[in-house]
Design a protein. Sequence first.
Lengths: 1160, 456
Amino acid sequence: MAVAVALAASEAVSLTTCHAALVCHPERSEGSRCWAEIPRFARDDKIGLTDALEWIIVEAPKQVPRATTLLVESSMSRQFVPLAAGALLLIASVAEPRRLAAQNPTGSIEGTITDVGTGRTLVGARIIVAGTQIGGLTNESGTFRIAGVPARQVELNVRLIGYAPQNRTVVVREGQTERADFKLQVSALQLEQVVVTGSGQQTEVKRLGNTVAVIQPPDNAPVHDLSNLLQAREPGLTAISSSGLTGEGARIRIRGNASLTQSNEPVVFVDGVRINSGGAMTSRLDDLDPNSIERIEVLKGAAAATLYGTQASNGVIQVFTKKGVSRPPRWSVQMEQEAITFPDRIAPNAGYARTQGRADSLSAYWQIPGLQPFQVFEVPIFKDYLTETGNASIVGGSVSGGASTLTYFGSGRFERENGPIGGTRFGPADDILRRIQTGVNLSLVPANNVRLGVRSSYYNIESERPGDIIGNSIYGAFALSQYARPEGANCDKSSYMAPGQCDGPGNPFGNMAFMGLREAMQQITSEKVSRYNGVFTAGWTPLAEVTTDLTAGYDIVNRRNTNFAPYRYNIDEITTNNPDGSRSIGSAMNRLLTLDAKVAWNRPITPEISSAFVAGMQVFNDRNESSSGSAAGLPGPGIVVVGAGGRSIQNGEAIATDINGGYFGQEQVGFRNLAFLTIGGRYDFASAFGKESPGVFYPKASLSFVPSDWSRWNRPFGMNTLRLRLAVGQSGRAPGSFDKLTTFGPLPAEQGAGLVPAQLGNQALKPEIATEYEGGFEMGLRDDRIGLNATAWKRKVKDLLIDQQFDPSGGFRNTQIANIGNMHGNGYEFGARAFVVSRPSFGVEVFANAAYLSQTIDTLGGGLAFIKVDPSYNRHLVYLKAHDPLGSLYAPRLASACPGGGTTAMNKANKPMACYGPGTLPINLNNNGRAATEAELLAYLSQPRDLRTSAVQTALQPLLADYDGVGVLSQQRVGDIIPDWTGSFGTNFTISSNWRVQSVFEYRTGYQIANLTDAFRSSQHATIGSNTKPYATVEATLNNPASTPEQRLAAAREYITHYRRLLEPGLNEVSDGDFVRMREISVTYNAPAALAARAGFGSMSITAAGRNLWLATKYSGADPELAYAGRQPGGGTTANFRDASEAFNLPTPRRFSLMVNLGF
Amino acid sequence: MHSQIRFCARALAAGIVVAAVASCSVFDTNISNPNAVTEDSLNKASSVPPLVNGLAASVTRALTGVYGPYSVTSDELTWVGSREDWGRLDAGDISKATNEYNDTAYPFISEARWLSNYMITKVDSFDQKHELRDRTDLARTYLYAAITYITIGDMYDDFVLGSDRQVPAPPVGEANMRVVYDSAITYLDRGIPITVALGNKELQSQMLALRARAKHARALWSLLRPARTTPVNPLVNDAGANDDATAALALMAGNYRLKLTPVTGGGASISMASEMNSRQEIRAGSVYINPNPTKSTVVADGVAGIKLRDPVTGQPDPVLLKAIDECCRLASTTLTPFTIISAKEMHLILAEAALAAGNAAEVVSRINAMRALEALPAWDGTTPDALTMLIYSRQVNLFLQGRRLADMYRFGIKDAQWLPANIASRKACFMPIAAIERRTNPLVNMTAEQRSPSCT
């Protein structure tokens, strides 16, 4: 590792003091150049950055004799340059760049980088001329060429994720091209990986006491967006699929939930600029072109994210985009075609006729011969009528190149997807996604010590779907397909054409309420997003020890949403929901400004002790403006503007600005390159607390110790690498800017504009503060071909912001946020990676990781016993209660058989609870408060009983028991929605250097799902569902006059123990969600260079891939990893705790793709 | 040296620029909320008109909430949808505090109650200082406050009246709920002289009629509660109510109605009209209407949809037809009007008093006066009998106005949907203090899962 520092002669003369005495090397020095070697520890400690200093070239005046000690430090280096001044100096320097590179003679370096084990050429390896801003990347052939390299001896640093770094000295001669080939050794550990996020400046991972995960986009994997890219890569980071709908993003959680009411999404940066990562219908994260991403750094919590201050307690994700390299332009083109289908996990709709006449009609309608009364039949309405095989086409391309002072990377991607919902069979609604993603990165190196960068990206996203297609909407096409009762299907108002088809109005699928399926498919929801993201970066290294950086960014998202139901869309005359049409529109502008400036000062204090200091400031200004309008009652067909509506006319506007910023400083002291102690903090301010409020200070400290770098390390237990680490830090979450104010909001009356109480207000608001401790180790075995890591962490959140509901009789209905709670969480993260075989003909790499998570509320404060999530909907079962696991589900529980065949049972509070003894069943017949005897039930069931009637529902009540001893039968703890364990594993096979097979599996375990879909579909209900075969069989048996009382008794037992739901919300509704899913699999053929050349390309590969192809789970619902109603990234308890709640969510689709990558 | 000077100069310039940037408005943390009005801004008399309008809107929004569970419990509406808690109310289980519809509606009526008191204090203070531009605003404040208090009395067994923001108050107590009517009457006592002074006849008539209704309801409360049984004599004859009704009628046009109509959905979490016309969870009860033969969740079109027959003509009742047209055949609307008082109700109060007093002629006169407004043939005073005719007349003329459940209790009428075990079949119970209040108000000595002591 080396950094060569060239100093102008005039500056060398002015050097007056020194930390490291430099002695010109007698043999290497010549002319005015002095080659000075410095001791190893001094080298490392002095630089304190990514690279250690091996040789310093000083262009000294001729009068400086060889073997003379040079004093290398300017008077500047001892000054503390104010961070902002440093940043602006950078700008000043740009105005007057010192074009040292341009003034000095240069040459070029080229070479090939290969895997030492397989001999395979390596793409994307980064080569840096140490101490300069000059570098390059290997292309698809594994070669690189760097022009404009100073003509002298230089150090080349080669780095590639997954490989051990390598350095080499190369003597560059003026006008000549030098050759430098590298053979890299795979490494399962990446301690020398350079990271930026959370450390203030570029730092090797091994110097940080906290974890910084680095995710590199896999080559040729079925990854379409950032949500895909984050999924199943890193322990503790979960991307929870919101639904299986085209364009739907994922909820991102890192180490669970650090807040109850605020957003639990991490904050996201791109190249140092904070971006809007929200979005609902489509995710703003997924706007980013995955092909433009070089790597992603992830900070998992407060211990690592302290320097980001408020809003970072759920972690930080920083995306780094690809930069250009000094070389002729290289083009690459990617083409992909996909087929998309839903897995066959949706139970068909079942029903039965009650009379022979109806059975005959249904036989004719559904073309099922010979139906008899009370014979259950099935029609797969979702599978056969609502879905199709979707398709997607993706075309992308990029070009990169540049000269010594200017490099560029440009990319563009076009994606169009027509998902597997519907097509045009029922109506105009379809599931369409179109993304256009473009970006250009320009990097300018006007001088060896100056770097300028500009990134400019534009995105255009369009999405369309049937209205209310996901979630528990009574007007949604998917829900209506699940509500439908095939025994009610008919074409009574028009002519029958075929099963499920009427040539006019009808009820072709048997929708009993709200809306017909065909009507639902007339409704269209759309979204159009236009987004610009711009970044300006400047870096100046005025002295070897001092670097300054300035980052300024602008992220603006303009979004327009519409919901449209055309005039007279009630084609089946079922719905009365605005049958004369309706339209709503919403426009929103979000503008996010970032200013980030910092200065770093890295120097040796003694030959054994180094210092790396960084200080800076960050400010974010987040402005949101939205407007909306809606109206119903369109005057006629064809008109689609909201202004045409004649009633229910509403409009709205909202404006908000959130400003958050802070000053940060951090000192890292290194000892012998073995141990690194970091202490830092951030003083944070936010508009949520106003100008007068004092800021908040978030401290951090960490320790990293790498004993294996000790010269006497003798590889105990085969460990060639070992790193131990410990970190503690704080971060926070702030409430919204207006949460502290007592306000009255608008509510118009007939007489004019009106005001009503809106927000109670709380002047004492402050951020909730998360304190996180983490410790762990990395271990390398067998020459780092096996890497293991483990982390234990613990987080405490105090001053938890809670939505406090005061008694509504006090006048203010809305909850008021207050700092009244505390919670804690802890977890473990394990990772293992091994290069099992690494031969030229065959390579095998395996990886596995796991994360354990436990979270508990200590107190809710304010006298709150619990907070019910989604309080207005009693079918939602998540409550937040002190001392119980976060996200616990509470529901009634059916009484069990009395222990020992007796007649009594005791609960957790050691009090008697209901149970049923011999000869009885857990049926509270006619609400008599005890288990009914079989004789009583046989008597009751001596005649047919219709479960759809309230009389029978009231008679056949479940016998519930108070297992928890809390005195509330409806609130027995039955599980929690947050998995205990999450993780992934997978393999990479390389065969004869041309074939590559990659797979990734993801699993979650230790959580429960409340399946509301099945609660409707597998239980008695007046109008919705009751249409799975098992339930329909129970109902038909009870209804059938031909059934015996004993048969009815068996059916009643089934009903009570499995299918009695909804009437006691939650009963029989919760089941385990454990699953293992094959997330990705791909087979890639990389054409040999000769073959690619014959086809006219520099490189060529073909990949066949699949995503979500296989699922193993005992969960019987549509999908075990769905969130209730989309991403909902904005926070609030309802949004935060709807994971693992299935309510008419589409299952995750399977994707089959064929990709071609061409380089030239 | 020269380079050092240059460096220092750059550093200084940079520092100035950074300070300027950091302090500019883009990064100024002292921001305001443009979406709402802070309470500090409401301390001037100019804030009164929008606040009074807000009180009107708040009361109206509250009615869209509370009328739903009340009317579904009565026979006026019935459950035809998917949400079981409507079904529970329909079956007569009204006293369950955790019923989601009662629980959802309660905060809105509580808001209206608090805002009433807040406004009376505020507007009266401005009035004392002669800062009001128009004293009509003070009279309107009393009017809306009275509507709120009367609604609470009509629909709840108990209520919390004294809480203020974060300072809770205990419930009034079931035995003391009469005070809500007293308060309403007091407010109207204060408001009526203002309308007289202003010469605002319409507002005066509204307040007189409302006071008549308040006095009638107070008397009815004493009759029906706390005994919670069907009274031997279910009729009210309150002199004050009669006087006010007579006075109000003198100022009213023949078919006058004071209606409150919501202008927007207004963020109401529960809307009776929406539940009827859009979600189709509920519809008019089977006593009143015929459902659409192909779609039982909606009322059949036109006259065919009216089941209830006028006892004189034997034909579908035209008054009910109008009411159904107004409330229940407006697809998707959440903005149906709520009749607060009407000339017909004044007639009904007076007819009932006459019946109680044995003045048959007056009963016939009042009933026929109402019938004449609808061009209905006169009732002869005997067929049906006067009590039946009174009950019927109240049933159709006060349809969906929040009176029916009390009438059912006092006249011993049971809804066919009521299960025998449920409270409405056994006692004259109304809505309890909702679970949301019980969970958050430490002074309410009932858990959310419990029912009020007298309605278990």
